[in-house]
Structure formats: C-alpha cells, structure tokens
Design a protein. Sequence first.
Length: 198
Amino acid sequence: MTFIPATFHFKKRYIVYSLIFLYIVMCQSCMTMRFSNKETSKFFAPSKIEFQDKTIAFEGYKIHYVETGNAQNPTLFFVHGSPGSWNAFKEYLKDTLLLKKYRMIAIDRPGFGYSDFGDAQNLRVQSQRISEFIKKITCDVTIIHGTKDVLVPYSNVAFMQKKFTNAKSIDSITIKKANHFIPWSHYEIIRNVLLNMQ
C-alpha cells in the first residue's frame, strides 16, 4: 500500500485551482479584445507615431476611437467585426505610407472595446444605424472580398453594391480562396488599394 501525504493532495488541488483561475483571467482578457490607454501608448511608442485616444458621445452612446495622421488629409474610417475593437486595425494606423496620404480613425463599435463595453445592440439595430451612414457615402467605394468567406459569403458583394446608393462609383476586387481575414492575411493588397484610391 502506497502512502500519499495530505500535502501532496493539497498541492495538486492548489495547482489545479491556480490553473483554472489563470485560464479565466486569460479568457476574460481575450474576450474584451481591447487595449488600455497604456497598451495603446506602448504599441505606438516604437514607431513614434502620434495618436489620439478619445471618447465622444453619439446618440446616447460613448464611442471610443483611436486616430492617427494629419486631420487635413482624407479620412479612412475602420469599423471592426463582432467581437472586436479598434485594435484590429492597429497596423494600418501606424503604416507610414498610409499616414502620408490619410488621417485614419478606428472605432470601438457600441458595446465593444471602450464604447460602453458589454452593452452591444443586436445586429438589426446596428445594421439600421450603419445603413443610415452608408446612404450618406458619396465618394468612390471599393469592396474587397474573398471567395472562401464562410462568415460573410461572397454572394454578399452584390448586396453591398446595391446598398451604396449614393456612391460616386463602386468597384469590387475579388481575392480567390481568401477568407474572412483579408485585412490581415492580405495586408499588402489592402494597403495598395488604399494608396491608389483617388
């Protein structure tokens, strides 16, 4: 018969509880998907890119955003998916070629990041709000879409084209076999499109 000291059981239990606690903390951190102001500063510091980390009130919501670039330049506006936050586009916001041409703003959608986190509206309400914004777009529009996107199927390109009713022109770029993560997996293509926009 083997004797196992009680302290061993205690240590084993302590290790298991510690691992569970660490897992919960890590999951919570991942689920918020947001940078604190300190993390944002740390991200931009090596490149010495000036940024603004702001929150404004809009239709009863706090909208948090991060901005880089010259305010006199045309504005690129980045809107993340769900879940997510502005930092999904952090690499774009510090891209020196893009900064020569654009001011860039990446927002935290309502209910995400630091825009009233945890109080996200359902997709119908968010779609209605975005729809009103899309109707006001009168510039050239370029839609970049992959053929293997299971989250937003390629057939949605035609639907999107119909929604930009007041756009000056609509162009679409198809990337064969690309999935939902085009902004990150095809960074060069996206950047070149942005740099060549008039």
